[in-house]
Design a protein around this ligand. Structure first.
Ligand SMILES: Cc1cc2nc3c(=O)[nH]c(=O)nc-3n(C[C@H](O)[C@H](O)[C@H](O)COP(=O)(O)OP(=O)(O)OC[C@H]3O[C@@H](n4cnc5c(N)ncnc54)[C@H](O)[C@@H]3O)c2cc1C
Length: 363
């Protein structure tokens, strides 16, 4: 099939590669001038083990499977990564109960090697940590997400696929037996494809509404939740990822590490009405308070506003987190079309597994 994948983020690139490996003729249309200019360049680069997500949800299934696939891919394609492990820490008795529940959920989801350890054992691993207990997750890690996406692009091109940059998809209509797709940008015009995948991230809902005849009831609402990061101006003190217990809308302000060992903190949860990428320095106050609950040694003036990312959520404040929504022909009634909505965390980790499901839905 001639397959069009819309969006060159980690999901579009993973789907495009998987479709090319399956023998399809693949074109990716990307509205910006390069790969990974959307949500995929604004995250924590954490390889999630699969702890938090409800049993049998798409997030649980694709995170655990996708994580194993991602480590294998990184090892075989020379993508930098480190299985550094992670501690989910409890600082009160109430939090201890929550962390134990996370362990049980992780085990149900099939996460390997989880271990509850006491405060002293946690401090033996990370001397600066203050907690009464912690969940050790040895499968969690970090990845060079840009290196990963470059490797996906390389493999797509090796299989004859290509990316058309500065090529926004404007409208689509099904004219049996083809999808007629209208492009804007530098090569504006219309082209026919056999199959289409909408992996446009924050624009997926807007794009789905521009598919002629697509049922409006199959476009979920979009809720934007900004996640701000602060970098740490000092020598790193942790060698593992350190997470507090989750909060409404996110996993809590955690310690992430990059592959050079530098520490940063975030993301928090800031519900916003419109896309914007400024980091409000005054949010530092809440960061100091939260981080000092598990790292009392955090010095004053050590946090520097860094970057932010926006989660394409499907539910708002106080509502239960939504699952990934992957809608194929059976769900919406249109042939050889897959729409992906709400691919927030752990989308990077889950991408290779999601891609296999999408390619199956196309045929
Ligand atoms: C703050 C934050 C932290 C996160 N941390 C992690 C983490 O540590 N680990 C993890 O596993 N996941 C994490 N995630 C989730 C992960 O980053 C996302 O799930 C993933 O990047 C989504 O990729 P995507 O390809 O769907 O979207 P995007 O990367 O946004 O790609 C969509 C692309 O579509 C293009 N596009 C849009 N409209 C059109 C159009 N009409 N025509 C052509 N192109 C179009 C855009 O330009 C963009 O390049 C995090 C997310 C956030 C926001």
């Amino acid at each position: 099939m001639q397959v069009l994948v819309i969006g060159a983020g980690v999901i579009g690139l993973s789907v495009a590669r998987a479709a090319a490996l399956a023998g399809h003729d693949v074109t990716v249309a990307e509205m910006t001038g390069g790969i990974a200019n959307g949500v995929s360049s604004r995250n924590s680069e954490v390889v999630h083990a699969g702890l938090y997500y409800p049993t049998d949800s798409l997030r649980a299934r694709h995170c655990v499977r996708g994580r194993r696939m991602l480590y294998e891919f990184c090892a075989s394609h020379g993508v930098a990564h480190r299985k550094c492990g992670k501690l989910v820490v409890a600082t009160t008795d109430a939090e201890l109960g929550k962390v134990e529940a996370i362990k049980r959920q992780g085990e149900t989801n099939g996460v390997e090697g989880l271990d509850m350890i006491g405060g002293n054992a946690a401090r033996a691993l990370e001397a600066e940590l203050s907690c009464i207990g912690a969940l050790l997750s040895p499968e969690s890690g970090i990845v060079d997400s840009h290196g990963f996406m470059r490797a996906l692009w390389g493999e797509l091109e090796d299989r004859g696929g290509m990316i058309a940059f500065e090529t926004p998809v404007e409208r689509m209509s099904y004219r049996a037996p083809h999808w007629h797709v209208q492009f804007g940008g530098r090569d504006a015009g219309g082209i026919d494809f056999d199959a289409v995948v909408n992996s446009a991230g924050l624009s997926a809902q807007g794009l789905a509404r521009r598919i002629d005849g697509y049922p409006p009831g199959k476009v979920p609402r979009l809720v934007l939740a900004k996640g701000n990061y602060f970098s740490f101006a000092g020598r790193p003190v942790f060698s593992r990822l350190i997470y507090p217990t989750p909060v409404d809308g996110g996993l809590g302000v955690h310690v992430t590490l990059d592959l050079a060992g530098r520490m940063r903190f975030g993301p928090d949860v800031e519900w916003i009405a419109e896309e914007n990428y400024s980091v409000d320095a005054s949010r530092a106050g809440a960061f100091y308070a939260r981080i000092r609950s598990y790292w009392p040694g955090l010095p004053d003036h050590a946090l520097v506003p860094d970057y932010c990312g926006i989660r394409p959520k499907l539910t708002g404040p106080g509502e239960p987190a939504a699952d990934f929504v992957i809608l194929g022909p059976q769900a919406h009634g249109m042939p050889r079309l897959v729409n992906l909505f709400g691919i927030e965390s752990p989308g990077l980790t889950a991408s290779l597994s999601i891609a296999e499901e999408v390619v199956k839905l196309l045929s």
